[in-house]
Design a protein around this ligand. Structure first.
Ligand SMILES: [Zn+2]
Length: 142
C-alpha cells in the first residue's frame, strides 16, 4: 500500500524546482527504509519515519531527494554537503552519528528530534492506519 503525502511532496517539489530535472513523486511505503529512484522518478519514505516528529519526516524526504539530485547512491562528502544545504534551507541542523543524524536541531540549537527520544528505536513496519490519522490532522504535535 502506498500513501501519498502532500507535505513531503511539497518538500520534494521545492528541491526539484532548483535542479534541471523533472519532479519526483514521493511515496510513503510500509518498508524498513526509504528508496530513491531518480530514473523512474520517485522516492519513498517509510511509514515509521512519518510517525516521528514532522521535522524527521522532512529530513527523510530531503535525504532521499539528495540521493537523486547529487547522483550519489552512497553517503559521500558530495552527498552530505548537499544534504546539509537542503536541511539548512528548512531550518534543520543535523548532528550526525555516522551517516545518519542522531539528532536534528533548529538553527538556534534547540533539539527538534533525537533518536534517543524516538518512538522507533529500531525501524519497524507499523500499521498504516496511524499515519492516516495524522494525515487527517488529528495529531497532537505542537
Ligand atoms: Zn541514504
Amino acid at each position: 500500500m502506498v500513501v501519498i503525502c502532500d507535505e513531503l511532496q511539497e518538500v520534494a517539489d521545492l528541491m526539484c524546482a532548483s535542479a534541471p530535472r523533472a519532479p519526483l513523486l514521493v511515496k510513503i511505503k510500509n518498508t524498513r527504509r526509504g528508496y530513491a529512484h531518480g530514473r523512474t522518478g520517485w522516492v519513498s519514505v517509510p511509514v515509521w519515519a512519518t510517525e516521528e516528529r514532522l521535522e524527521y519526516a522532512w529530513y527523510y524526504v530531503i535525504h532521499e531527494v539528495c540521493h537523486v539530485l547529487s547522483g550519489e547512491h552512497r553517503h559521500t562528502a558530495k552527498f552530505q554537503a548537499l544534504e546539509r544545504r537542503w536541511l539548512a534551507a528548512f531550518g534543520l541542523v543535523p548532528v550526525y552519528r555516522g551517516v545518519y543524524p542522531g539528532e536534528l536541531q533548529s538553527t538556534t540549537g534547540r533539539t527538534l528530534w533525537s533518536e534517543l527520544r524516538s518512538k522507533h528505536l529500531r525501524p519497524r513496519v507499523p500499521r498504516i492506519g496511524s499515519y492516516r490519522r495524522r494525515a487527517a490532522g488529528q495529531n497532537e504535535r505542537s
